[in-house]
Design a protein around this ligand. Structure first.
Ligand code: AHR
Length: 505
């Protein structure tokens, strides 16, 4: 097998990783909240009714930011339903997912949960059925200190201090016909513009995310971005991107190549942001929030069979395979490779609904296969993303053309003097020998090589076999005097850590 070659150098910088790249998303959908975050009757529930076993795994993942409350749900949501005494909260028909929403968990509960999970809340507003007025009122309720009816209402609900929610999404997937209150780009652009303006008047410290396309395949793709940014460029900080992949044709080589399409998606959206910047002769660079991404397809058929109008049915409960974890690894690498422009990433979602954490209502919990690349990236992917100067063998894919067998990025952390290489070998048949020129890091040495691999691409974890797919530590790689040689097993996710001599833990 031909070798892959990379060169690691401190000056080959893509950009600093924003910690928020490793965020997640929680929606009022299926068992994400009820039976996931919140289950007052569960044996591990705390005084707020939050499952501690879930909080423990979220804490293990060190999730920096969580987007809430949707998703499609938010476009029909009246935030007032979810605050105040729980006994007074209404049950509503929830049209996005055809369920009944009991409203036993709402904005203040989420802020409480986020504190316990040590994460930043990222709040979405409803620009489907509502608009400027509800947007400004929710910011006032949450972030204004006190002395107005709405801020005092929050105080009366038991929250004397403002929540100081730092970042807000201007609706969700407003380009999609499935969205409650779907809009054309101009309709949405104007509404987002006015909402952003008054939300900032209420609290000038907040950051705002405007909706980009729901995915790269939308008919209105790119025209949507250009039009929406034309209206909002000066008022918002981030443009959103969403992507879900699936192995519907059971073609694993093609599935593993899909992150090449994610790279293209990000680069096309950056080009469009920069086009609008040029058109406006603006000094501002628009940043990106990839605030929904994951694999999602296993549960599609089962979801079609769920009867409408129940509370917290088991929707979107994908059970992830080992190959899904490889794709998630490639997607994480794609985010890191664009660290100069992608500042926020939200794995969608966090618990039960297309999620790395799976619970049983009234029962146990386990880590899905995709938990592991997400954990690795969150723990070891903080620092400065480096370009690799990569050369490696390729394969031909009918959708993506020539696809490199090696997908990789390096993150250098100058404080801890740690250099981490994240790498996926897309070759399903053979190991991939990798040689790294480390001349600029000749005082670093290999301290750890962990590998996620499995003989069965379709292997899953479960309540009975929670550790069927989990990383193992590999020995055999070598680093000396500025060279690293290592073999990446066939179909594997690899985390290769080098530390400066004397800095090893
Ligand atoms: O995450 C599931 C759904 O996917 C979200 O509600 C929506 O925004 C997207 O289409």
């Amino acid at each position: 097998m031909e070798k892959a070659k990379i060169t690691l150098h401190r000056e080959f910088r893509i950009g600093a990783i924003d910690d928020r790249l490793y965020g997640a998303f929680i929606e009022h959908l299926g068992r994400a909240i009820y039976g996931g975050l919140y289950e007052p009757d569960h044996q591990s529930a705390d005084e707020n009714g939050f499952r501690k076993d879930v909080l423990d795994l979220v804490t293990e993942l060190n999730v920096p930011i969580v987007r809430y409350p949707g998703g499609n749900f938010v476009s029909g949501y009246d935030w007032e339903d979810g605050v105040g005494p729980k006994s007074d909260r209404p049950q509503r028909l929830e049209l996005a997912w055809k369920t009944i929403e009991p409203n036993l968990f709402g904005t203040n509960d989420f802020v409480d949960w986020a504190k316990k999970a040590n994460t930043i809340p990222m709040m979405a507003i409803n620009l489907g059925t509502r608009g400027v007025d509800a947007a400004r009122q929710l910011v006032e309720y949450c972030n204004h200190p006190s002395g107005t009816t709405l801020s005092d209402l929050r105080v009366s609900h038991g929250y004397p201090e403002p929540h100081k929610i730092p970042i807000w999404c201007l609706g969700n997937e407003m380009d999609g016909p499935w969205q409650i209150g779907h809009k054309t780009a101009s309709e949405y652009g104007r509404l987002a513009q006015e909402s952003a303006k008054v939300m900032r008047w209420v609290d000038p410290t907040i950051e705002l995310v405007v909706c980009g396309s729901s995915h790269r395949g939308m008919d209105s793709y790119i025209d949507w971005e250009a039009t929406v940014l034309d209206y909002t460029y000066d008022l918002v900080d981030y443009l959103s991107l969403h992507t879900y992949f699936g192995n519907r044709a059971d073609n694993t080589s093609n599935f593993l190549a899909m992150s090449v399409g994610m790279d293209a998606f990000i680069e096309e959206v950056i080009a469009t942001c920069d086009y609008v910047q040029a058109k406006k002769r603006s000094n501002k660079k628009m940043m990106l929030a990839f605030d929904e991404w994951n694999v999602w397809f296993h549960s599609n058929q089962a979801d079609r069979e769920i009867e409408p109008w129940s509370i917290a049915p088991p929707q979107l409960e994908d059970i992830y395979t080992f190959e899904d974890a490889l794709v998630v690894g490639c997607m994480l690498i794609s985010l890191m490779k664009h660290a100069d422009r992608v500042k926020i990433g939200c794995m969608a979602q966090l618990v039960n609904v297309i999620a790395p954490i799976m619970t049983e209502t009234g029962g146990g919990i386990y880590r899905q296969t995709i938990f592991y690349p997400y954990l690795d990236a969150s723990l070891h992917g903080r620092g400065i993303a480096l370009n690799l100067n990569l050369t490696c063998p390729t394969y031909e894919d009918e959708t993506f053309g020539l696809v490199p067998y090696l997908e990789a990025v390096a993150i250098w952390n100058p404080e801890s003097e740690k250099l981490t290489l994240f790498a996926v070998n897309r070759n399903l048949e053979q190991g991939l020998p990798l040689v790294a020129d480390l001349r600029d890091f000749d005082d670093y040495r290999l301290t750890q090589h962990s590998v996620l691999k499995h003989d069965n691409l379709k292997a899953t974890n479960s309540f009975d076999q929670p550790d069927n797919v989990k990383p193992v530590y590999q020995v055999g790689g070598q680093s000396n005097g500025g060279n690293l040689t290592v073999t990446l097993p066939k179909a594997s996710w690899n985390v290769i850590i080098l530390q400066k001599n004397g800095m090893e833990k």
